[in-house]
Design a protein around this ligand. Structure first.
Ligand code: NAD
Length: 513
């Protein structure tokens, strides 16, 4: 037993010492190898999950494909009712699931609960949306004709997710896909497989209680080789993949080779521009939370601060002071600000980034290092670090998934800062801190930030489910969650109906017989 009541949470979620990693609902099976899930919090082995073999995968796909045949015929508002019930189940499971997220991934318990809240919020959003899957009507150029467009379910949606949002990203996809009439096959990250098993249990209970077919929600487990089964599978019209740019490039090519659709949510290299008109207090809160929250393991984490030279020292000193207050330790203890990285490989990448920035001519102004001693036995706790750097350093161009913040200086007009902010291959989140309306509008204009998310007087990190979420350039271009992101989960059809006894052709073409 651990001191955090995690055993109780695991029990409530139906997590055993050894779990089947393949599931089509209440039918759970697996014949692949075993993955062990260790907590980065204290290094404890939480549980084991059996992975999905090719034979298991075939069984999943056949069940999912059959489930789709009937699920697509259920009216969308009735599918919404099922998602409503799923949201209610998540409300009941919020505490144990939040705890498991925190313990398996290493984020704070508050953030674990916040992740489950995001799942609940997207369910609510999807329920309303289930009555609003609107198409348009158009006027036909032909007399006695009616023209409109409609959206139909797509089929089996494959979901590949990253470790850092081990449950919410699945829900962003499934809640929308389900109301759209699709069925889902999910491969969670091999670093957080128990979160996947727990979510599948919750979903399966809802589908079962409603007498719905097995396979509307399916789970597969394993590493990239299991992911590849989906990317190469022509029965999956849409693969939604969240993770690194490296992974996205491989997935995009595999899916494109069979002319499937992919929805890509990849890495970011997010910056906050701090202008002479910035509110320094707000800047410090936004920047520090953005850089060290979730130990810098959010796709929207703040990696770069682009500060005007006239206020550079003032902002730098305020941030360095704030870093001195940070408490690093067990994320289940609410007094701590910074928890562990996901594993010791991530620690190696963090060390590498700090070495590289110095080798490229950067200056460390808040020293990093790996924490040692009592409470840090997992070897995954690191000190948030800050380096003064240049935007064209190779390491600054690269997303290091750890709490390393780069300070960059700009001079002159805000356009110079925007050029630095846009001068990376990623295009996820961006922010400007300013009370100057002209600067803010320039940042948001067509020649401003090139990111999918651009904020004014808010940091880069975190987003609400009501807006479409995603980024441009090598972040992959996908949009999930709110606004009209649902459209990617459906196929679009244009319909023209002739209610006359004539057959006039479009464009006035005559074809007399
Ligand atoms: P990762 O790329 O290592 O793994 C992500 C997922 O892809 C895992 O499930 C993995 O098994 C799978 N995968 C890897 N190679 C594959 C292949 N060839 N074919 C099929 N599947 C494959 O990423 P990670 O370390 O788990 O997550 C961190 C990364 O995710 C960061 O770059 C972060 O910015 C990004 N991320 C982006 C968003 C977003 O919305 N843009 C959200 C969360 C995380």
């Amino acid at each position: 037993a651990t001191e955090f009541g995690i055993d109780e949470a695991l029990k409530a979620l139906g997590i055993a010492a050894l779990n089947e990693g393949t599931s089509t609902g209440s039918d759970n099976f697996s014949s692949g190898e075993v993955i062990e899930s260790y907590s980065p919090v204290d290094g404890t082995l939480i549980g084991k999950v059996k992975t999905t073999s090719k034979t298991d995968y075939e069984k999943v796909m056949s069940t999912a494909t059959t489930a789709f045949q009937s699920w697509r015929k259920k009216p969308a508002p009735l599918r919404g009712e099922i998602v409503r019930q799923f949201g209610d189940k998540l409300r009941e499971s919020k505490e144990p699931l939040g705890k498991l997220v925190s313990y398996e991934m290493g984020k704070s318990y508050q953030e674990g609960l916040g992740e489950v809240q995001e799942m609940i919020d997207i369910c609510d959003f999807a329920v309303g949306l289930s009555r609003q899957l609107h198409g348009l009507t158009m006027h036909s150029e032909r007399p006695g004709h009616r023209m409109y467009e409609q959206y139909h379910p797509l089929g089996v949606v494959g979901i590949i997710s990253a470790f850092n949002f081990p449950v919410a990203v699945w829900a962003w996809n499934t809640a929308l896909a389900w109301i759209c009439g699709d069925v889902c096959v999910w491969k969670p990250s091999e670093k957080t497989p128990l979160c996947g098993v727990a979510c599948q249990h919750i979903a399966a209970e809802v589908f079962k209680a409603n007498g719905l077919p097995e396979g509307i929600s399916c789970l597969i487990n394993g590493d990239y080789k299991v992911g590849e089964m989906m990317t190469n599978d022509g029965r999956i019209p849409l693969v939604s993949a969240t993770g690194s740019i490296r992974m996205g490039k491989i997935v995009a090519q595999a899916v494109a080779a069979r002319l499937g659709k992919s929805l890509l949510e990849l890495g970011g290299n997010n910056a906050i521009i701090v202008t002479p008109d910035a509110d320094i207090k707000m800047t410090v809160i936004g920047a520090v939370f953005g850089a060290v929250g979730t130990a810098g393991q959010r796709c929207t984490s703040t990696r770069r601060l682009i500060i005007h030279d006239s206020i550079y020292d003032k902002v730098k000193n305020a941030i360095v002071d704030a870093y001195e207050q940070l408490r690093i330790g067990n994320p289940l203890d609410e007094n701590n600000h910074v928890g562990p990285l996901i594993d010791t490989d991530a620690v190696a990448q963090y060390n590498n980034a700090l070495e590289k920035v110095v080798a490229e001519g950067g200056q460390i102004i808040v020293e990093g290092g790996v924490m040692q001693g009592e409470g840090y036995e997992s070897g995954c706790y690191v000190k948030p670090a800050i380096a003064e750097a240049k935007n064209d350093f190779e390491i600054v161009q690269h997303e290091t998934f750890a709490p390393v913040l780069y300070l960059l200086k700009y001079t002159g007009e805000v356009e110079n800062a925007i050029a630095i902010q846009n001068g990376v291959v990623q295009g996820l989140s961006s922010a400007i801190m300013t009370n100057n309306l002209r600067e803010a509008e320039r940042f948001l204009s067509a020649s401003g930030s090139d990111c999918g998310i651009a904020n004014v007087n808010i940091g880069t990190s975190g987003a609400e489910i009501g807006g479409a979420f995603g980024g441009e350039k090598e972040t992959g271009g996908g949009r999930e969650s709110g606004s009209d992101a649902w459209k990617v989960y459906m196929r679009r059809q244009t319909n023209t109906i002739n209610y006359t006894t004539e057959l006039p052709l479009a464009q006035g073409i005559k074809f007399d017989l």
